[in-house]
Design a protein around this ligand. Sequence first.
Ligand code: GDP
Length: 313
Amino acid sequence: MDVDELVAGARRGEARAVARLISLVEDDSPKNDDALRQVSAALAPHTGRAHVVGITGSPGVGKSTSTSALVAALRAQDRRVGVLAVDPTSPFSGGALLGDRVRMQDHATDEGVYIRSMASRGHLGGLAGAAPQALRVLDAAGCDVILVETVGVGQSEVEIAGLVDTTVVLLAPGMGDGIQALKAGILEIGDLFVVNKADRDGANTTRREIRSVVAARESGWKPPILLTVATTGEGLDEVVAEIARHREYLEDGELERRRLARVRREIEALALGSLRRRMGDVTGDARLGALAADVLGGRSDPFAAADTLVEHL
Ligand code: GDP
């Protein structure tokens, strides 16, 4: 396998090369370490162009349906689109489980769309360690916009904001989402709010609830709150327009700031993962056994023993 050839293929838009590269960066097992590093180095000069957009919200609000509709709206503008569905709670990547969730059959044969799902449980650094590599591949492959959709529940909903340039928070009327969202801190991370299922009662009430919270924000960007019906595509063009407007807003220094923070976290996650792996190696080490015996025998204490262990890493 020639990494440079694969990267060149991906940059020419070859879907197979893109898929191969993502598989390579996803595999963080020790035997793949060299390949992972080579790919990462080869991609580095070709990244930074794509607008990375996160789609988040509680299960059932319509993330999959909206992502698919957004792809259609972006393709209508002839933009090249990547979709990364991440499930931080699952150890299984790329399989049918996630593939089924992403309602992307409409786009499966479109050469301007790359769709990929990945799971990151057990990956070094979790979501923060795994997803950025896949995003780099899609970026280098010439995607204008990359949509990152969270699958699964919990922390990932908020964590996603740390991976993307623009965060779109989806809510739906009548799900008690207003109050739940406040609790989850999800209203703090949104650059755009979308009240999906606007064909149902209560969409305007939900919009007002969001507005009352968001209006208190001090920052320069006032997040728009849009209504959509993802199943018919209603309102999606406006979402695309507001996403583009947010990107323009970010150009004024904020994009650089967000991306720097992101890369810092990424480096930190990788470094911590690497330390943890070394710690794992150490666990089988005779030194740890000796230190434990010293602590148990009263000749040392756990803090001093831990310091000794870290010094030897
Ligand atoms: P996710 O779990 O957030 O990804 O939500 P899905 O995209 O899987 O959608 C959950 C359900 O809501 C599906 O049955 C969709 O067909 C339905 N749905 C999505 N968007 C709308 C909408 O705008 N209006 C209505 N009535 N149903 C919708």
